[in-house]
Design a binder for this molecule. Structure first.
Ligand code: SAH
Ligand code: SF4
Length: 404
């Protein structure tokens, strides 16, 4: 049976939760630092500008004797125009173009392979400067000229959800802000969508889902920095409403994500009882269902207009009964929410089967009848292993460098 759902409603409890979360946050962020990305300097000592905050860029420009107003100029060329070559920056005089090129580069991750699925989903395998690789997927909307870019946050994952291909790959390292922003920019290069469309002008790459490889909240600082760059109105300018972060439930960082970034939240729930969730989403042993749901209730950016998405993988005979559906409805009754039902996507060696079509429909109907949107996600890019949970690269952690 599931444990009772409780949320910290009285001030003493709320303070206790805050203190506990603070301690946990410090621990998580310290651990993340152990898996830091490599130096942003190239072999010849130049610095990658992509991934620097505006403040950092200004500092580096000051170091080479350039005024702060240059930041705005460079930002425009890099993130609005998508330029990777200083000599194309026509508003900057030639001598300064040369000086910048001597000190900096505007990099993209190297495209290792690109595959396009029968359904037009495109999967990129990107290689970073240290040779590590991660996957990014572009999922075009079938009816309109827009689509979602699914971005990876880590190479591998520390968690090992039993249904997830990435979870079979140990965490190699966190991706840096440059590598996170770089995935989006390189995907966009491939569709030649520069300059960045302004305001409501339709965009091909119109939304970001942080649902690729890895647990984004275990790499919070780099994700936050990258999202701030992507949301900056003078560059790529993607609204926070068009960005969704998916977490398996790292409770202590969920509220920070809402407070600081205000992006949409998706929570990988997948089970309605702690005994089952402990097994299939092992992080549940640390942050059980009731704590995850309490964090959802507190999530600052959630409202009826901006609902929390609960992701629910449909595993045949495991979590897909009608009783499970009714319990799900009970658990989320007081949360502005919608439920994405994801039929299990198989991968080589996986042990589950997707729920039958009838069972998916029965499950969806119960949730819908309770007033929640409950779309059954059509898998995209399955033929190229680009669907949810199928991503995995050959990158391995170097032996003996980090204790497991
Ligand atoms: N680590 C984060 C984000 C990446 S996973 C998280 O777990 O939320 C993105 C989504 O794909 C999650 O909801 C995850 O549970 C789901 N997923 C993983 N493996 C899957 C599979 N084999 N079939 C369908 N969905 C899967
Ligand atoms: Fe990691 Fe998410 Fe896969 Fe779980 S589902 S192993 S948290 S990437």
């Amino acid at each position: 049976m599931s444990s009772p759902v409780s949320s910290a409603t009285n001030p003493a409890d709320a303070a206790a939760v805050t203190a506990l979360n603070e301690e946990e946050r410090t621990r998580i962020l310290a651990k993340a630092a152990l898996f830091s990305p490599p130096s942003p300097l190239t072999a010849d000592g130049r610095r990658d500008i992509v991934g620097l905050s505006r403040e950092e860029l200004t500092e580096f420009l000051l170091e080479i004797g350039e005024k702060p107003f240059r930041t705005k100029q460079l930002w425009h060329w890099i993130y609005h125009q998508g330029v990777t070559d200083f000599s194309l920056m026509s508003s900057i005089a030639k001598p300064l173009q040369q000086k910048l090129a001597d000190k900096f580069i505007i990099a993209r991750p190297e495209v290792s392979t690109v595959q396009t699925s029968q359904d037009a989903t495109r999967k990129f395998l990107f290689r970073f400067r240290d040779g590590q690789e991660a996957e990014t997927v572009y999922i075009p909307d079938r009816r309109e000229d827009r689509g979602a870019v699914c971005i990876s946050s880590q190479v591998g994952c520390t968690l090992s959800c039993t249904f997830c291909h990435t979870g079979t790959q140990k965490l190699v390292r966190n991706l840096g802000a440059a590598e996170i922003v770089g995935q989006f920019m390189a995907a966009r290069d491939s569709y030649a969508e520069w300059p960045s469309p302004k305001g409501d002008t339709p965009r091909l790459l119109s939304t970001i889902v942080l649902m690729g490889m890895g647990e984004p909240l275990y790499n919070y600082e780099n994700i936050a920095k990258a999202m701030r760059i992507i949301m900056d109105g003078e560059g790529i300018g993607l609204s926070r409403r068009r960005i969704t972060l998916s977490t398996s439930g790292v409770v202590p960082l969920m509220d920070r994500c809402g407070d600081e970034l205000g992006i949409n939240l998706a929570v990988s729930l997948h089970a309605v009882r702690n005994d089952l969730r402990d097994e299939i989403v092992p992080l549940n042993r640390k942050y059980p269902i009731e704590e995850v749901l309490a964090a959802c209730r507190r999530y600052p950016a959630a409202s009826n207009a901006r609902r929390i998405t609960f992701e629910y993988i449909m595993l045949r005979g495991v979590n897909d009964s009608e009783a499970d559906a009714r319990e799900l409805v009970r658990l989320i009754a007081d949360i502005p929410a919608k439920v994405n039902l994801i039929p299990f996507n198989p991968w080589p060696g996986s042990e589950y089967r997707p729920s039958t079509r009838e069972q998916q429909n029965r499950f969806a109907e119960i949730i819908m009848n309770a007033g929640f949107a409950s779309p059954i996600r059509t898998p995209r890019g399955r033929d190229i292993l680009a669907a949810c949970g199928q991503l995995k690269t050959a990158s391995e952690r170097a032996r003996n460098t980090l204790a497991p």
